[in-house]
Design a protein around this ligand. Sequence first.
Ligand code: GLN
Length: 196
Amino acid sequence: MKIAVIAVQGDVEEHVIIANKALEKLGIKGEAFATISKEEVAKADAIILPGGESTTISKLIHKKSIADEIKKATKQGKPIMGTCAGCILLAKHGDEQTAKTKTKLLGLVDMKVKRNAFGRQRESFQIKLNIKNIGEFEAVFIRAPAILEVGKSVDVLAKLNDYIVAVQQNNILALAFHPELTEDTRIHEYFIKMKC
Ligand code: GLN
């Protein structure tokens, strides 16, 4: 199984390392690798869109036609995971910040996101979440977005106070936090097992 981690900026290497660990744990032959090549993304069996700065990532994935490859892969039923900025980009609807910065969203998950939803005082924090299908998980939030609304086809996996912070829509996982910044491989294992 080939897992492409889109390497514009942000937590690329961390996703590569933990996805490889998850493959090994599951005993699945394969490789996670960082890439910005449209051809390599097209050949991958699963795609991870990491955190970073959503405006910058959006510009580059559109410029390099990787946005189209992610859309194609979604239609083919390949697992797609977006974390933090990646979660923002997967959304159908953004907020005033995404509008102001003219950030092009991929529009793949029927949800509305709010950038930097947790405010300045709480720029980054770590908290235990109860995630559906996973269990208790120590989640790292860094200038995280929140999911404000979801459509009927979207399964809410985790909430933090009134905010939704993890969802699944068929083969797509969108997480407001950073599962790659802990030693816990369960979310990546779950993601890998979505391929069937
Ligand atoms: N605040 C960033 C954004 O809106 C996301 C932060 C992150 O990915 N850690 O793009």
